[in-house]
Design a protein around this ligand. Structure first.
Ligand code: HEC
Ligand code: HEC
Ligand code: HEC
Ligand code: HEC
Ligand code: HEC
Length: 390
């Protein structure tokens, strides 16, 4: 693949798309024919080659413009520009943060599979050749952070690789096992599941992304309903938007947020007219409030949460609602106990997936219930009295 195309990455990718589609198949050339796309024309044509515009099908143009407006093509987003100063993408991160890194990881560029050899240049996005690489068909399973090898077919291999998050409940277990549950330790660090963890949600307890409490059973993969059981049965693969008309063949709702099948109220409100998303959000808010109460009353330390700043939880010794600062920088919260670390991990895992209610509502509700139960018990409250169901 091209080793240098800087800010023109989307253009490069599009040109490849045109080349490969005009050629009648999806194979991405090994040569970087797109490298001379110097003028910023959205639908740049290759300057040479046996192709002519008339060979290019209309639907291809549609795919390109749909993709171009999606997050996958947004070269300026934090997800793709984070490494700009270093000028190469850290190999540990490149698999999911660049099409070039993805191909390297899966060995689709001729290098060994299972690792990124690099160097992977900045400027890459989730380009056409990420999902339309013929080598994708040869990927039969994708490894998840829990160690699970999940069988995949076709383009699923792509979505499952990048949207799986970076941690599992096992990481939390390893950090917290064999310690007193309610003793804070500065060496317990917040474990961040990463972002857009749709595939991890989707696989549920079988994928093992969440922290599983001892003695509890967790729902596995969310099979939903047969015709809508893959990422692209709900998401248009180029715009990435939800095809809401599809939902309406089975659900009655005016938006995805309002979809509900469940006949019980999980959040104790008794309101069955709102979408299942509301139950999940309500219980997530209850859990966060409990984590705050617990850290203040039992761990003896307050924190503030800042959703925009890693590592999200900051020390607030005088409990004034503002993060403590040292040398102008907020101080990371460092009074986690095993009990609060487990709960906050589950809370963040759920928050990391804005589509959690569609990807796996039972699993989300189970993780929330069990985390709430665990914390409320040590605060002398009863999850049953709160009306929270599992
Ligand atoms: C398993 C795939 C995967 C790996 C590995 C990975 N990421 Fe990500 N990362 C993602 C996805 C998917 C998103 C997109 C989230 C979104 O913005 O919707 C993301 C988003 C981000 C963001 C943007 C967060 C924001 O608030 O917008 C940063 C920064 C980031 N990752 C840093 C890293 C770093 C640093 C590494 C390596 C140490 C890394 N990632 C490794 C999948 C991954
Ligand atoms: C995130 C993965 C992904 C990326 C990136 C992607 N595609 Fe696709 N594309 C798909 C999938 C999946 C299908 C099959 C859709 C179906 O079967 O309905 C598809 C189908 C197509 C089709 C057939 C017509 C259609 O729209 O369904 C064309 C043409 C196409 N892609 C071109 C492109 C081009 C050109 C690019 C880059 C600009 C691109 N794709 C990027 C996943 C992707
Ligand atoms: C090479 C890694 C990679 C692959 C493969 C990939 N994604 Fe993504 N996806 C990302 C990253 C990174 C982002 C965040 C982009 C951003 O913030 O601009 C993202 C964003 C998204 C979003 C949020 C859309 C938005 O506009 O913010 C959806 C939905 C999504 N991907 C679905 C899918 C589906 C479905 C597939 C498989 C057909 C897929 N992705 C394949 C890395 C990937
Ligand atoms: C049953 C339908 C359905 C399936 C199947 C599905 N999703 Fe989603 N997904 C949704 C809904 C609904 C949302 C919330 C989006 C919204 O409100 O716009 C969402 C949100 C997302 C987001 C976050 C988008 C954002 O705005 O940041 C990502 C990423 C994503 N899905 C990826 C995937 C991947 C990858 C798969 C396959 C493993 C998948 N989805 C399977 C329905 C689905
Ligand atoms: C073929 C019929 C069908 C289609 C189409 C369909 N669904 Fe579903 N959906 C179901 C069934 C059946 C369930 C219950 C599954 C279960 O609980 O195991 C369900 C459950 C759900 C739930 C969880 C509701 C709850 O109360 O637990 C959500 C959210 C959801 N679907 C979203 C969507 C979205 C978004 C779409 C469109 C992109 C969609 N569905 C399309 C049949 C369908």
């Amino acid at each position: 693949m091209a080793k240098r195309f800087g800010p023109l990455a989307p253009l490069f990718a599009m040109t490849c798309g045109l080349l490969l589609l005009a050629g009648g198949h999806f194979a991405l050339g090994q040569e970087a024919e797109g490298e001379d796309t110097t003028d910023a024309v959205p639908y740049a044509m290759p300057k040479s080659g046996p192709f002519s515009p008339s060979d290019i099908e209309i639907q291809n143009n549609q795919a390109i413009s749909d993709w171009f407006r999606s997050g996958h093509a947004d070269a300026a987003s934090e997800a793709f520009s984070h490494w700009d100063e270093e000028e190469v993408v850290n190999p540990v991160c490149a698999t999911c943060h660049s099409g070039e890194g993805f191909r390297d990881f899966h060995g689709l560029d001729g290098t060994p599979a299972g690792s990124v050899e690099g160097p992977i240049n900045t400027g890459g996005v989730v380009d056409c050749g990420t999902c339309h690489n013929p080598g994708l068909a040869g990927i039969r399973e994708v490894a998840f952070p829990s160690g699970l090898m999940h069988p995949v077919e076709g383009v699923e291999a792509a979505c499952m690789t990048c949207h799986q998050g970076r941690t599992s409940g096992k990481d939390v277990e390893a950090a917290t096992a064999d310690r007193d549950l309610d003793t804070p330790s500065a060496d317990l660090r917040f474990i961040n599941p990463h972002y857009a963890t749709a595939a991890a949600s989707w696989l549920g307890g079988y994928g093992g992304a969440g922290y599983h409490y001892a003695g509890k059973e967790y729902s596995g993969r969310f099979f939903h309903a047969r015709p809508v059981s893959s990422c692209n049965s709900c998401h248009e693969p180029h715009t990435l938007e939800i095809e809401f008309d599809t939902c309406l063949t089975c659900h009655e709702a005016s938006s995805v947020e309002e979809i509900r099948i469940a006949r019980q109220s999980y959040d104790g409100s008794g309101d069955l007219s709102k979408g299942i998303r509301s139950d999940i959000q309500a219980n997530a808010a209850v859990l966060m409030a409990l984590i705050e109460d617990y850290t203040r009353d039992i761990a003896g330390a307050a924190f503030v949460y800042d959703s925009h700043r890693y590592p999200y939880f900051f020390a607030d010794a005088n409990a004034d609602g503002l993060a403590d600062e040292q040398d102008g920088q907020p101080v990371a919260f460092s009074s986690w106990t095993p009990r609060s670390l487990r709960a906050v991990y589950n809370w963040k895992l759920i928050a990391a997936d804005p589509g959690n209610f569609a990807h796996n509502p039972p699993y989300m509700l189970e993780l929330l219930h069990d985390s709430i139960e665990d914390l409320s018990g040590s605060l002398g409250q009863d999850v049953q009295d709160m009306g929270i169901l599992r």
